[in-house]
Design a protein around this ligand. Structure first.
Ligand SMILES: Cc1cc2nc3c(=O)[nH]c(=O)nc-3n(C[C@H](O)[C@H](O)[C@H](O)COP(=O)(O)OP(=O)(O)OC[C@H]3O[C@@H](n4cnc5c(N)ncnc54)[C@H](O)[C@@H]3O)c2cc1C
Length: 425
């Protein structure tokens, strides 16, 4: 029975650990934070958990749906079509269906038709292989026209990738459109319930979970892999590391210099910055609002309780104000109070009645490795799962390409690498 360590208790690490346990391995999971869940981790609002960063799933997230069922949480999974819209010229405009596209007046009528056909074309492309080497901006301009690109796609790409927007690869954009469904799913009570259930399931099956236990170094010596933790060193036959490549390169000792140099270059991420407001009343009408008007300090406004009932959260109305930014953006250095002073006045542009007294509580969350920069040629920059150190495997969110990051794809990938580890033993 091999002794396997899994580093990271997000969707990937936990799904991998579960597969390893069911394959007969002795498994230990190490997580830096006090709770499992990784980027989907929650905090308590009233009786429910709420994700620090907005989360839902799609009908195509089949493995995630199965896992939720396997853990006995299927009854909590709710599906809906909450309104998705864009804030454009000061108005909230729906853009989440063919009819809504045809009514989208910021575009000329021919441009609306071309936009609709372009989306249908992306849905019809079965495999993104032929899109490798093309930028999303180039492809979208060519097939959907300059007008649709400028009005609809450019603000989203620039909002998400800033100065890198023109270099983002088309296969990633294809997957975002192709994989997504109009129906969205949410785990009532919060996705944290899923992670707690996964962790409990692992413990019940004999795995050990070490929370609040950051791995400080990984080294191969005496034919075993040694993990350095604040509580001492532990030795394993194999290690699956689910950390971002940058962190992995800092932790693993004895990697060849050319490997480190090569994969440092391709592992850039943008960071996520999210303000969560607990309000005493609703702010606006959409669930998801892409903020494409200029001058706003946030890119997305997600009013969670325009879908899930406020009663789940002790009556609070919950609003996320989200951004993706380079890790050195000055926003990250601001105090929470300074962030609120900068953000809150803009809410009155969306709802003129907004008053700061509506805000009962506010939280600011930051995640440094939140969005891989999926530039053209991205795939060549991905490190192989088998690392130069025997028995040490690297598999992380960045590897789900061309799919956009998502709990489903992390779980699937974690399970597939767990199978490879088991097959070698
Ligand atoms: C703003 C935002 C919105 C998102 N929206 C959605 C959505 O709607 N739907 C969806 O499915 N997905 C969404 N995602 C993506 C989803 O959260 C991720 O794809 C998924 O959680 C990744 O899981 P993972 O296990 O691969 O990585 P992570 O969640 O990053 O897990 C890595 C784990 O490693 C731990 N760790 C780091 N360093 C150490 C160390 N030294 N020692 C031990 N542990 C360590 C971390 O604490 C973390 O728990 C969103 C992400 C963001 C940022």
């Amino acid at each position: 029975m091999p002794d396997v360590a899994v580093i990271g208790a997000g969707a990937l690490g936990l799904a991998a650990a579960r597969r390893l346990v069911s394959g007969g391995a002795r498994v230990s999971v190490f997580e830096r934070e006090p709770q499992p869940g990784g980027l989907a981790v929650g905090f308590k609002v009233g009786p429910s958990w709420l994700e620090k960063f907005y989360h839902h799933i799609f009908r195509t997230d089949r493995r995630m749906i199965e896992l939720i069922d396997e853990l006995g949480l299927g009854g909590r999974l709710v599906w809906g079509r909450p309104p998705t819209a864009s804030l454009r010229d000061g108005r909230i405009r729906r853009l989440d269906g063919p009819l809504e596209v045809l009514r989208f007046s910021p575009l000329s009528f021919p441009a609306r038709v071309r936009l609709g056909l372009g989306v249908a074309l992306i849905k019809a492309i079965p495999d993104p292989e032929r899109l490798e080497g093309q930028t999303a901006s180039g492809w979208l301009r060519r097939w959907m026209g300059e007008e649709a690109y400028r009005v609809v796609w450019e603000p989203l790409l620039v909002g998400k990738f800033g100065r890198e927007a023109e270099r983002i690869g088309m296969p990633w954009f294809w997957a975002r459109v192709h994989d997504r469904t109009p129906q969205l799913g949410y785990l009532r009570g919060g996705f944290q319930l899923f992670y707690e259930a996964l962790a409990d399931d692992l413990r019940r099956h004999g795995a050990s979970l070490h929370l609040d236990c950051p791995i400080e170094a990984i080294e191969r010596r005496d034919d075993q892999l040694h993990l350095e933790t604040p509580n001492g060193s532990r030795a394993f036959d194999a290690v699956l590391c689910s950390l971002p490549t940058r962190l992995f390169l800092q932790l693993a000792r004895g990697l060849p210099d050319d490997y480190v140099a090569r994969f440092s270059r391709g592992s850039d991420h943008y960071s996520a910055h999210c303000v969560v407001l607990e309000l005493d009343r609703p702010l606006q009408s959409a669930y998801w609002l892409n903020v494409t008007d200029p001058g706003y300090p946030f890119l997305a406004l997600v009013e969670h309780t325009n879908w899930l009932p406020p009663a789940d959260y002790g009556g609070r109305h919950l609003v996320y104000l989200g951004n993706y930014l380079p890790p050195d953006d000055p926003l990250y250095a601001l105090s929470d109070g300074e962030v609120l002073d900068r953000f809150l006045p803009h809410l009155a542009r969306i709802n003129p009645r907004f008053d700061r007294r509506w805000v009962h509580a506010a939280h600011v969350f930051k995640a440094p490795f939140a969005q891989p920069l999926v530039r053209v040629g991205y795939r060549e920059g991905l490190p192989p799962h088998r690392t130069p150190i025997e028995g040490l495997w690297l598999v992380n969110m960045a590897h789900v390409y061309p799919h956009d990051r998502g709990q489903n794809y992390s779980a699937l990938l974690g399970e597939s690498i767990a199978d490879r580890i088991l097959a070698e033993r």
